[in-house]
Design a protein around this ligand. Structure first.
Ligand code: PLP
Length: 384
C-alpha cells in the first residue's frame, strides 16, 4: 500500500527548531526583538521602502489595514467572490458592506470590468486577492479607478514571494497596504501569523497602535525604556493582534529560505503543467512572462470531456491515498453571505460555472519527485 500524500506540509528544518528553542530560552516570549527583526527583514525582502507590521494572522492584518484607512459604517468594499471568507468578514467587523464581484475565467482573480461596474459613490476600498499566488495586475486596477479616492488593500495570503511586471507583491507600488498570511499551510509559515506592508507611515503607525489595545508604545519598549511601566497612554479601544516572538523567530528562518521553498514549488508546478497538458483539464494560468507566481496552490478544473467529475476525482485520489482540497467555494454560495448579501449564482456567472469543477492538488516544497509522479499518474488514470 502506498504511503499517504498530504495536501500540504509545513517545511520545518533544524534551523527553525533551533530559532524557536533559542527564543523559548531567551526569557522573552511575546512581541519583542524577534518581531522587530522579522519586520525589518520582511520589509527589506519585498523592497519599496515599506514599513512592515507583524500580526497574529492575515485576518487581523486585513482588519487593521481597513480600520487604519478609516473604513466604517456606510462604506462599500469590493472584493472577489472567489476567496476565503476572511477577506469579506473583516469588512463586516467594521460595519461596512462587502460587495462581491465575479472573477476572470483564466486567472480566477477579480475581474477589473466587474469592479468598474460595481463602483458607487460609497465605494471606499477594494481588496484584490492574488488567487493561488498569481498576482492581480494592480497598475491596471489603479488605471480603471482613475483619480477616484479609493483604497486598495491586497489580500496576498497566497502570494509570497511573487511579483507582477517586476513589482514585488508587498512593495505597495499600486496599493495602500498588502497583507500576507503565515498560517500553517501558507508559502512561509509562523504557525499562525501575518504581515502588513505599507509605504504610508500614518497607516503603519495606526496599525501598530491598534494591534496592541490602542496603546501608543509597544510592550517591549515600555519595559526596556528605563523600566517605566506606566509610561503609556491608550488612544483607542484597540485589538490583541500582536505576533509572539517564538512565531517571529520561526518566520525569520522561513523568510531566509523563502526563495528556495518557492523554487521547489515552482518546479513541481511546471512539472504538473507539462504532464497535464494533453488531459481534459483547464490548467492554472502560470503568469508566464508578466508575473512571478508564488505557486501556493495548484488548481485544476475538469473539463466536460473528462472521464470523471470533481467529486469523483477527489474520491479516486483519496482511494489512492492522495489528499486534495477545494479553493474555494465562492462566498456567494455559502449560507451567511448568500443570505445577507441576497445574491445568487446568476450574479456571478463565471465563478458559479467554474466552482463545481475545481480541485487543488498537493503542492508543497517538501514533496518528493516520487510523490509528484504518483499524483501525476493517478490524475492521468482517473480523468482519461
Ligand atoms: C488563509 C487566507 C486568509 C487568512 O489568513 P489567516 O492568516 O489564517 O488569517 C485570508 N485570505 C485568503 C485568501 C486566505 O487563503
Amino acid at each position: 500500500m502506498d504511503r499517504p500524500i498530504p495536501f500540504a506540509l509545513p517545511d520545518i528544518g533544524p534551523a527553525e527548531i533551533d530559532a524557536v528553542v533559542d527564543t523559548l530560552r531567551s526569557g522573552w516570549l511575546t512581541s519583542g526583538p524577534q518581531v522587530a527583526r522579522f519586520e525589518t527583514d520582511f520589509a527589506e525582502s519585498v523592497g519599496g521602502g515599506v514599513e512592515a507590521v507583524a500580526t497574529n494572522s492575515a485576518t487581523a492584518g486585513l482588519h487593521l489595514a481597513l480600520e487604519a484607512l478609516g473604513v466604517g459604517v456606510g462604506d462599500e468594499v469590493i472584493l472577489p467572490t472567489w476567496t476565503f471568507t476572511a477577506t469579506a468578514e473583516v469588512v463586516r467587523y467594521l460595519g461596512a458592506q462587502p460587495v462581491l464581484v465575479d472573477v476572470d475565467r483564466s486567472t480566477l482573480n477579480l475581474s477589473l470590468e466587474r469592479v468598474v461596474e460595481a463602483l458607487t459613490p460609497r465605494t471606499r476600498a477594494i481588496i484584490p486577492v492574488h488567487m493561488a499566488g498569481l498576482p492581480v495586475d494592480l497598475r491596471a486596477l489603479r488605471n480603471r479607478l482613475g483619480d477616484r479616492d479609493i483604497a486598495v488593500v491586497e489580500d496576498a495570503a497566497h502570494a509570497f514571494p511573487a511579483s507582477y511586471g517586476g513589482s514585488s507583491v508587498g512593495s505597495c507600488e499600486f496599493s495602500d497596504a498588502c497583507v500576507f498570511s503565515f498560517y500553517a499551510n501558507k508559502p512561509i509559515t509562523t504557525g499562525e501569523g501575518g504581515m502588513v506592508t505599507t509605504v504610508d507611515e500614518a497607516l503603519s503607525d495606526r496599525m501598530r497602535v491598534m494591534r496592541l489595545h490602542g496603546i501608543d508604545r509597544d510592550v517591549f519598549n515600555r519595559y526596556t525604556a528605563a523600566g517605566l511601566s506606566s509610561d503609556y497612554d491608550v488612544v483607542a479601544p484597540g485589538f490583541k493582534y500582536n505576533m509572539p516572538d517564538m512565531a517571529a523567530a520561526l518566520g525569520r528562518v522561513q523568510l531566509a529560505r523563502s526563495n528556495d521553498l518557492h523554487a521547489r514549488r515552482k518546479a513541481i508546478a511546471l512539472r504538473y503543467l507539462e504532464a497535464f497538458a494533453e488531459l481534459p483539464l483547464d490548467l492554472p494560468d502560470g503568469g508566464y512572462t508578466r508575473a512571478e507566481h508564488a505557486w501556493h496552490l495548484f488548481l485544476i478544473r475538469l473539463r466536460r470531456d473528462a472521464a470523471i467529475d470533481r467529486d469523483g476525482l477527489r474520491e479516486g485520489l483519496s482511494a489512492l491515498r492522495i489528499s486534495s482540497s477545494v479553493h474555494f467555494t465562492p462566498l456567494h454560495q455559502l449560507t451567511y453571505w448568500r443570505e445577507t448579501l441576497a445574491t445568487s449564482d446568476s450574479d456571478f456567472p463565471v465563478a458559479s460555472a467554474e466552482s463545481p469543477s475545481v480541485l487543488s492538488l498537493p503542492l508543497f516544497s517538501g514533496m518528493t519527485d516520487d510523490q509528484v509522479e504518483r499524483v501525476i499518474a493517478a490524475v492521468k488514470r482517473l480523468v482519461t
